[in-house]
Design a protein around this ligand. Structure first.
Ligand SMILES: Cc1ncc(COP(=O)(O)O)c(C=O)c1O
Length: 363
C-alpha cells in the first residue's frame, strides 16, 4: 500500500532543482547573506503581487505579525480582536506586546472571522483588528474595514488569494505573510514579510526589524532582530514565478475532491462570494471525524487536524478566563474538521484514492 503524504515540501525542490541550485549558488558565492539584493528584489516583487507599495522581509510570519502590531503602537492597555480558530501566532503576537487578546467567533461556513461578532467586541481600547485569511480564503475584509479601525491581515496561509479582485495582504493597513516551507509560497527554512502601502509604517518596520537602527549603531527606537536571509529570498524568487500556476492546480484538486465527495455525508469547504480561494488547506467536516481519520490512516492516508484545540482553550491561556462554550462555532468546527492531503504536486489518482477510501468508510 502506497502512502499518500499529507504534505510534500521537497516536491518543489525536485521539480525546480536546477533553478534553485543556480540561485542559491550565486548567493553563496557572492558573500552577502542577510538583507541584500535578493531580499530587496523579493520585497518589490511580492509588494507588486499584493498590489501594495512596500514589502519588508522578516524572519517568519510570526515576527511579521508582531512587527506590524508594534508599528501600530500596540502595547499594554490596548485590545486587538482576532480569531480563536487558527494557528497561535496572531494571538501570540498580541500577547507578546502586552496587549489584550480579544477573540471573536468565526463564520463556520468559511472558517474566517464573523464580522458581526467582531463589531460586538469593539471597545474604546480596540487598537486593531487582526483577521486571518484561513486555509487560503480571505476574511470579510470590506465588512471589517467598515468598523473604522486599522486592519492587519494575517495572510500567512493565503498568498495569491483575492477578495472582490483584490489580492490579500494589500487590502488592510498591513498584511503579513509566512514563507514556512509548507505554505503556498514556501522557503527552505523560515521567512516572512510585512506588506504595506503606508510610507511612514514602512520606515518604522524597516527600522524595527534591525534593532530600531537609523544608521549603524544608532538606535532610534526599540526593535527586534528579525531579518530575512538572502538564500531564502533567492529560493522564494524562483518559486514566486510558479505560484499562480500552483494555486490554479490547488483549485483544480479542490474541485476534484468536491465532485468526488458530493454525495457523501460530509460537509465540503465553501468559498465565500467574491473570494478566489487558494486552498492552502482543503478540509471537510463530519461528526465521525476521529473514526474517519483513523480509517484513512490505516489505509496509508495520514492526516493532521487543523485545529484540534481552539486558542481560547489552550493551556497557555488558562489564566485569561475563557471557557468552553465562549465561541460555539469555533468549538464545533474544531471537533468536526478533517483536512485532506493538498499540495500542487498531488496527482489526480491520489485524490481519487482518498475519495474512494472516504466512500468506503461510509458504505
Ligand atoms: C495563520 C498563520 N499565521 C501565522 C503563522 C506564522 O507563520 P510562521 O510559521 O512563518 O511564523 C502561520 C503559520 O505557520 C499561520 O498559519
Amino acid at each position: 500500500m502506497n502512502t499518500i503524504p499529507f504534505l510534500h515540501p521537497a516536491a518543489q525542490f525536485h521539480a525546480l532543482r536546477e533553478e534553485i541550485l543556480a540561485a542559491t549558488t550565486s548567493v553563496l558565492a557572492g558573500g552577502r547573506y542577510i538583507l541584500g539584493p535578493e531580499v530587496q528584489a523579493l520585497e518589490t516583487e511580492i509588494a507588486a503581487q499584493c498590489r501594495a507599495g512596500f514589502g519588508v522581509g522578516v524572519n517568519s510570519g510570526s515576527d511579521a505579525l508582531t512587527l506590524a502590531l508594534h508599528a501600530l503602537g500596540v502595547g499594554p492597555g490596548d485590545e486587538v480582536i482576532t480569531s480563536p480558530f487558527t494557528y497561535i501566532a496572531p494571538a501570540e503576537s498580541i500577547h507578546q506586546l502586552g496587549a489584550k487578546i480579544v477573540f471573536a467567533d468565526i463564520d463556520p461556513r468559511y472558517f474566517t472571522l464573523d464580522a458581526a461578532d467582531v463589531g460586538r467586541r469593539v471597545t474604546s481600547r480596540t487598537k486593531a483588528i487582526l483577521p486571518v485569511h484561513l486555509f487560503g480564503q480571505a476574511a470579510p475584509m470590506e465588512e471589517l474595514l467598515k468598523l473604522g479601525l486599522p486592519v492587519v491581515e494575517d495572510a500567512a496561509q493565503a498568498i495569491g488569494a483575492r477578495r472582490h479582485g483584490l489580492p490579500v495582504g494589500g487590502i488592510g493597513k498591513m498584511g503579513c505573510l509566512s514563507f514556512y516551507p509548507t505554505k503556498n509560497l514556501g522557503a527552505c527554512g523560515d521567512g516572512g514579510m510585512v506588506i504595506t502601502s503606508d510610507e511612514a509604517l514602512e520606515r518604522v518596520l524597516r527600522r524595527s526589524r534591525v534593532h530600531g537602527i537609523s544608521q549603524r549603531y544608532h538606535h532610534e527606537s526599540h526593535g527586534f532582530n528579525t531579518r530575512l536571509d538572502e538564500l531564502q529570498a533567492a529560493i522564494l524568487r524562483v518559486k514566486l514565478r510558479y505560484l499562480e500556476g500552483w494555486n490554479v492546480r490547488r483549485r483544480e484538486l479542490a474541485a476534484r475532491y468536491n465532485a468526488g465527495l458530493t454525495e457523501l455525508p460530509v460537509e465540503l469547504p465553501l468559498t465565500a462570494p467574491g473570494n478566489e480561494h487558494v486552498f492552502h488547506v482543503y478540509a471537510i467536516q463530519n461528526d465521525q471525524r476521529d473514526a474517519l481519520q483513523a480509517h484513512l490512516a490505516e489505509r496509508g492516508i495520514p492526516t493532521i487536524i487543523y485545529y484540534p484545540v481552539p486558542l481560547h482553550r489552550q493551556r497557555c491561556y488558562a489564566d485569561q478566563g475563557w471557557r468552553q462554550g465562549d465561541f460555539p462555532a469555533t468549538e464545533r468546527v474544531s471537533e468536526r474538521i478533517l483536512p485532506l492531503p493538498m499540495y500542487p504536486e498531488l496527482t489526480n489518482e491520489q485524490v481519487d484514492r482518498v475519495i474512494e477510501e472516504i466512500r468506503a468508510f461510509f458504505e
